[in-house]
Ligand binder design. Structure first.
Ligand code: PLZ
Length: 459
């Protein structure tokens, strides 16, 4: 490729890394001709239930840039849904993956185990909140980890019921569809769903009569759980400390701690789904740390392995060890190449100070979004933490969701080379999830496009 060079260390025998210029650059209209060709093949070959947000096909990526098959350089404000938090193709992750794949790519940990799996578990036990003995188990996807957290919680408590929240997203498998709130597109026609899943009211300050009173919102949820399920039947309460797909909903202060305290008092396991909010995304390693909450179990995925598929459940040793030998596993769970990627990603986060970088990035994003809100009354709220920020769009002066505007703004960004994601139960939230390593100039350029999108689409 004409615009890529080898890194200075790219001599023979070393890991030659493509250095992708950190600059937006469009050389064709989007989608370009090559992407359009691939889209036609895709339509003929790929099941239509699998949709894609953007019509451009990726060829390469580096840092905060995705290069498409026509040579367009796009700025990535989505990180593949909060996965490439450390950046695309960071040298340590690339090197770790290359080395491991050459050594061995699979043996099955439940047949002949290997060190990388153990090392990832050690790292998770060290990094997750709580100063007690922990154990971890590794899986492939976020949904698979959620499923296993529930299995472990049921086995450890001898209880069946699972409590989740309005607007929650926990995955697309049968149990996690039951745990996910939103019908379209996740559940419609895909039932019947797993039983013993109960939904409690969430704290959603913008739309909740209880507003920013997190303690009152927790009391409301607890009262529903106690009257409709019964505390003694609940194995676990599963919550995203900041909801992801549901709209980056940040519960009112006090909500999560009050639920955790209720769980502790009732022998209910408090399970934090940190799949989207974890791994240096929010200015802490894990979002529960903002309020000093220590979960019994923490579910991680996405950012854990810099783009390779890996997920985990980590928690108190006696709970994690409750499942009988052979009760937890899977052919590919804790794949060695994914483990190598995770160890490199974790090392990168720690050595490069990326937890703090996420916090600083959040301040920049927030300042920009609050400024944008001054100019555009369609922005009902700016919310989020660290590099997980969002704006909720409504008809000015009301709480009537404006999903059409969110879609138009996102499409404007896409046409202009900025990958921007939407989310929310009402589809009216624009979320920003850049790699925490994104450069200032690149970010400013992307945000300028977002501002232009608002000017153009609200005119
Ligand atoms: N828990 C909190 O955010 C995945 C879904 C993308 P998997 N979110 C992105 C889509 O449309 O499928 C997610 C999450 C939280 C669990 C999951 C599930 O993680 O790795 O997608 O299974």
């Amino acid at each position: 490729m004409s615009d890529s060079t080898l890194s200075p260390s790219g001599a023979a025998g070393e890991f030659a890394l493509p250095v992708i210029p950190q600059k937006r650059n469009l050389v064709t209209e989007l989608p370009g001709p090559r992407s359009r060709e691939l889209a036609a093949r895709r339509d003929a070959a790929v099941a239509s239930g699998v949709s894609s947000l953007m019509p451009v096909f990726a060829a390469r990526a580096g840092g905060g840039i995705v290069v498409d098959v026509d040579g367009n350089h796009l700025i990535d404000l989505g990180s593949g849904i909060a996965v490439t938090t450390v950046g695309h193709a960071v040298p340590a992750v690339v090197a770790g993956v290359q080395q491991q794949v050459a050594e061995f790519s699979h043996t099955c940990f439940t047949i002949t185990p290997y060190e990388g799996y153990v090392a990832v578990c050690e790292a998770l036990n060290r990094l997750t909140p709580g100063d007690f003995e922990k154990r971890s188990a590794l899986f492939n996807s976020g949904a698979e980890a959620v499923e296993n957290a529930v299995k472990i919680a049921r086995r450890a408590t001898g209880r069946d019921a699972v409590v989740v929240f309005d607007h929650a997203y926990h995955g697309r498998t049968n149990l996690t569809m039951a745990m996910t709130a939103k019908n379209m597109p996740y559940k419609d026609g895909f039932g019947p769903f797993a039983g013993e899943v109960f939904r409690a009211p969430m704290s959603y300050p913008l739309r909740d009569p209880l507003g920013t009173d997190g303690t009152a919102a927790a009391a409301r949820a607890i009262s529903d759980i106690e009257s409709q399920v019964g505390a003694n039947r609940v194995a676990c309460l599963v919550i995203e400390p900041i909801q992801g797909e549901g709209g980056f909903i940040e519960p009112a202060p006090g909500f999560v701690p009050a639920l955790a305290a209720w769980c502790a008092a009732n022998d209910v396991l408090f399970v934090a789904d940190e799949v989207q909010s974890g791994f240096a995304r929010t200015g802490h390693f894990f979002a529960v740390e903002h309020e000093g909450v220590v979960p019994d179990l923490v579910i991680t995925a996405k950012g854990i392995a810099g783009g390779m598929p890996l997920s985990a459940v980590t928690g108190r040793a006696p709970i994690m060890d409750a499942a009988h030998a052979g009760g937890i596993g899977g052919t590919y769970t804790g794949n060695p190449v994914s483990c190598a990627a995770a160890l490199a990603a974790i090392e990168t986060i720690e050595y490069e100070g990326l937890v703090d970088a996420g916090g600083r990035l959040g301040e920049r994003l927030r300042a920009f979004l609050l400024g944008l809100q001054q100019r555009f009354p369609q922005i009902a709220e700016v919310r989020g933490r660290g590099a997980m920020q969002a704006i909720e769009l409504c008809e000015p002066g009301t709480l009537t969701p404006d999903a059409a505007l969110a879609a138009r703004v996102a499409r404007y960004c896409h046409r202009n080379g900025v990958i921007t994601l939407t989310c929310g139960t009402f589809g009216n939230v624009i979320r920003l999830l850049p790699p925490v390593t994104i450069g200032e100039e690149l970010l400013d350029d992307a945000l300028a496009v977002l501002a232009e999108a608002f000017s153009a689409e609200t005119a």
